[in-house]
Design a protein around this ligand. Sequence first.
Ligand SMILES: Cc1ncc(COP(=O)(O)O)c(/C=N/[C@H](C(=O)O)[C@@H](O)C(C)C)c1O
Length: 390
Amino acid sequence: GFYGQYGGSYIPEILYSSQQQILHAFEEAKNDPEFLAELNKQWQQFSGRPTPLTFCANLTEHFGGAQIYLKREDLNHSGAHKMNNVIGQGLLVKRMGKKRVIAETGAGQHGIATALVAARLGLECTIYMGAKDIERQYPNVFWMKQLGATVVPVTTGAQTLRDALDEALRDWSSSHEESHYLIGTSCGCAPFPEMVAYFQSVIGNEVREQSVAQFGQFPDRLYACVGGGSNACGLFLPFLDDKEVEMVGVEAGGKGLELGEHSIRLSHNLGQPGIAQGFATMFLQDEAGQLQETHSIAAGLDYVGVSPIIAHLTEIGRIQMTYAMDDDVVAACTLLLKKEGIIPALESSHALAGAFKDAPNLPKDTKIVINLSGRGDKDIFNVAKAVQDE
Ligand SMILES: Cc1ncc(COP(=O)(O)O)c(/C=N/[C@H](C(=O)O)[C@@H](O)C(C)C)c1O
C-alpha cells in the first residue's frame, strides 16, 4: 500500500483485523465476476452510468484555442462522482456481512451518497460532518436525515472535514466489528486509497472509449480538481501508461497563499511529508508538524491531506499540480453556466478555472477533458453570496 514514500497504514492495533478483512474482501471481489456484474448493474441502473462526455462548442469558440469536453460526473445519482465509490464499497459491506456504515463528509456529496446507498442496501448509517459544513451545505444534510441517516455535527477544531474524519475514525475504532468506515476519498490507511481509486476509475475507463468514439483519439490533456484526490485518480489512472496524455490537478487557492487561507498541499511547495489520519502523504502543517487549518470556497476541497497516489504521481512529474483562487473559481462557474447551460459544483469549478487559463494558449486541435465532478445545486447560497460580493 505504498506509492513511493506515501501511503502505508499507521492505525491503532485494534483496527488491524477490520483492515485485513476489507483488504481480503476487496481483493476477492475485484476478481469475482458476479461482484463486478452487480457493481456495473448498480452503476447503470441506480446511478445512471455511463455519464456523457459533453463537447462545449460555445466555450471552445469563446477561448479560441483547445477543444473543450466535460466528463459529466455531475449527472450521477446524487449529483457527484462520490456515488461511484459508495456503490462499490456498499456492495463490499454486504459481502462482508456488516450492518452499519460510518462516513465523514465535507461538501455533503459523499454524505448523501452514503445515506442513499445505505437506504437501498438496508444498512444503518452514521455521517460525521463539521458544524460549519452542515451550515454551508444544508440541502444535502436535510436529505441525509430524511433517508434515515444519523448526522453527527462535529464541533471540534475548525469544524470542517479534517475534524469530521477524526471523529469518524474514533467511532470506527470502537465499532469496527459490525461497522464499515466508508471513506469518501482516496486517502486513509491501506487499502482505502487503492480501493477508492479503483471504484472511481470507471470515469477514466469510460473516457478512453468515449474520446476515441467522439474525436478519434485519447485526450491530449485531462483536468481534475483535487480535494482528497478521488475524482482525479478516477480520471487519470486509466491513462497512466499513455504518456502522451497530460494530467493537471487543480487545488484550492482560496483567498491567498497565507497558511489558513487555502488548501494547497502539492503545488507551490506549501505542503510537507507527514503521517496522520492513518497514512503518510503531503499535509499542510506548521514547523512542529501540527496539521493546519485550510480554507476554500468549496467545502469538498477544504482538506489538509491529499491522496498518496496523487502525491506520488506529482513527485515523479506524471501529474502537473496547480491551483485556482476563489474569485477565478466563481468566474469559471458562472462562465460555464452562461455559455453552456451547465451548473457546476464549486469544487469542479476549480478544474474549469485551471483549464480555462490554458485553453486560449493551446493549439486549436488540442482536445482537453475536464472532470465535472459535481453539480452546483448544493452551492446555491455560496455562489449567491460570492456574486453579490462582486
Ligand atoms: C462535487 C465534488 N467534487 C470534488 C470533490 C473533491 O473530492 P475528491 O474528488 O476526492 O478530490 C468533492 C468532495 N466532496 C467530499 C464530500 O462530499 O464529503 C469531501 O468533502 C470529502 C469527502 C473530502 C465533491 O463533493
